[in-house]
Design a protein around this ligand. Sequence first.
Ligand code: AQP
Length: 338
Amino acid sequence: MEKENAKKIVFSGIQPTGSFTLGNYIGAVRNWPLLQYEYNCIYSVVDQHALTVRQEPATLRKRTYEALAMILASGVDPEKSMVFVQSHNPVHSQLSWILACNTQFGELSRMTQFKDKSAKHPDNVNGGLFTYPILMAADILAYNAHGIPVGSDQKQHVELARNIAQRFNANYGETFVLPEPFIPAVGAKIMSLQEPTKKMSKSDENINSFILLSDDKDTIMRKFKRAVTDSDGVVKYDTENKPGVSNLMGIYKVFTGKSFEEIEKEFDGVGYGVLKEAVGTSVIEALAPVQSEYTRILSDRTYLDSVMKNGAEKAQRYSQRILDKVYRKVGFVQLKNK
Ligand code: AQP
């Protein structure tokens, strides 16, 4: 382990807005356990972010447990990493206000996720949806995190967090570490199986557009068999002209470690049916151990509650020191005898 890296902090979060998709897994969660050896990792179920879209309270509660169980099933060890639920640490919301006062309206207006989500939910373009990236900046800056493992869709938000940190440091003196996105070399953006020019998303209305980590073998295979490709029948990596086939090849590459040339050779002249079946099998095999761990962990509520509690305590203790420093810097009066 590099001494310098040992001190660096990694933060990432995931919303409990549904069962995780293969996109969430490949782009983010799958990489989380691997980082535990090199960095001090902090992983959060970001339930406050989930409220930017209307949620049914009982479902949100259930999905929060499921998200935590999925993070642990993917190999994150709560003894090695800090694992907690965002709403259990009030520091995020407190810091968020200070950061909001250091963020410009114009910056938030440029966020593509805000534009996409407000178009998707025109009846609920709420303030939280607009200021979401500030809360995300607080998630990161509350721990002075350096590396933010995310899929490429979140790159813009991490860059905004960096700009806010830079501005705060310039106005008030060196306070925050400048975060940077860690984007995986392969699988940074897994596309919808039905509309391969759109990212795979757990809130997509078309259930055939995504693979869920909770899907059984038959469902996974059926969804891959129905995946939209094109009509020329040639297995070739070309994201512009063949987005569907390229997406399938990207998924296959992640789980087999084969290069695109090897994949093109393997499926030369055999057509898409064989490719779809092979991709389906590689995904089923890779997800099987995670799925059985997930079922085991999810049935143990006592364990999940204890992970949440310990994680919340650690997260709060750690981030409170940073918030105190921020409060001092902006000129808030500190209570004596604190
Ligand atoms: N299609 C994707 N490919 C690669 N990475 C992805 N991520 C999301 N979709 C893909 C990454 O997953 C992490 C957690 O995402 P999130 O749940 O916080 O929110 P999201 O990016 O908005 O994901 P969804 O699935 O699209 O959720 P909904 O439908 O609720 O909006 C992030 O690191 C993200 O980059």
